[in-house]
Each structure stands twice: as structure tokens, then as C-alpha cells.
Design a protein around this ligand. Sequence first.
Ligand code: RP5
Length: 164
Amino acid sequence: MSNPIVGILMGSDSDFEIMKESAKVLKDFGVPFEVVVTSAHRTPERTLEYAKSAKKRGLKVLIVGAGMAAHLAGVIAAKTTIPVIGVPINSSSLNGIDALYSTLQMPSGIPVGTMAIGKAGAKNAALYAIQMLALSDKDLSERLENFRKDFERVVVEREKKVHE
Ligand code: RP5
């Protein structure tokens, strides 16, 4: 996509199965984004370069998913003042608890807004990014309001099925 304002980053292409949930939401809302595979451990220089240049390139929010010893979101956050939203990926035998702690437990001064483990987290990361962007974008804000209304309707409809 040209002129992306959200970056979706992940530590491995194997994370895409989860992180595509963020991409789907951003696409539905018409928010331009880019997807990048970069690792804090395997490609540290590429990761730092991305973080350092993100703001200059016009990115406004970064969504970062990683599993196992998930340092990616923290390393990215260390090198940019753009808000970083972390998504712990359940790619290990610890089912993502390792990634949750690694992503969430940032030392003071360098925040990473951490979502739930896995697909729900990836979806919510995109919605959270949209909420931030909507603060200065009236159209996007309206789309968000409509999304919430539709969402409420779907929940009520589903409840009817429970009683059938
Ligand atoms: C992390 O290690 C990645 O974010 C991924 O969740 C996990 C496993 O990566 P692969 O071995 O599948 O490439 O860096």
C-alpha cells in the first residue's frame, strides 16, 4: 500500500497466521498499512533501522507481534516515539505466556501497549490503532462509531439464537 500510516511488524513469517487479523481490520477500515517481517534477534540491525526511520516515513502507529522471548516490540519502542502496540504470539510450548510477559513487562520509560495473546490481541491491536488515529480523523471516527453499532447489533442477534 502507498503511504502507509500503520506498520504491522512480526518476528517471523510464521507469525503471519495471527498477525493477518490486524491486517484484515485495517483493510476493512481503509487504513493504509505495511507488513514487515523483522526480528529483534535474527535481524537486529534491520529492526533498529526500521524503528529509527518509521516516524520520518510517515508511520503513526506500530503493531508488533512476536512469540517466545518476544523482545521485538520493546526494541522497536526503544528507538521510536511512535506508539507501539504489542501482540504476544502463542508460537511456543508455553502457549504465548512467555511472549506475553516479554512484551508486557517493559521497564519504566519505554511503554509498549500490550494486547491479549493471539488472534484476539491482533484484532484488538488494529482497533486500538484505529482509535488513536480516529482522534484526528473525523471520517475514521465515524467508521469506528458505526463499527461499534454493528458489533452491538451482532451480539444482540446472536443472543436471540441462544434462546431459539
Ligand atoms: C519469534 O520466534 C517469532 O516471533 C516467532 O513467534 C517465534 C518462532 O519463529 P520461527 O522459528 O517460526 O521462525 O522470533
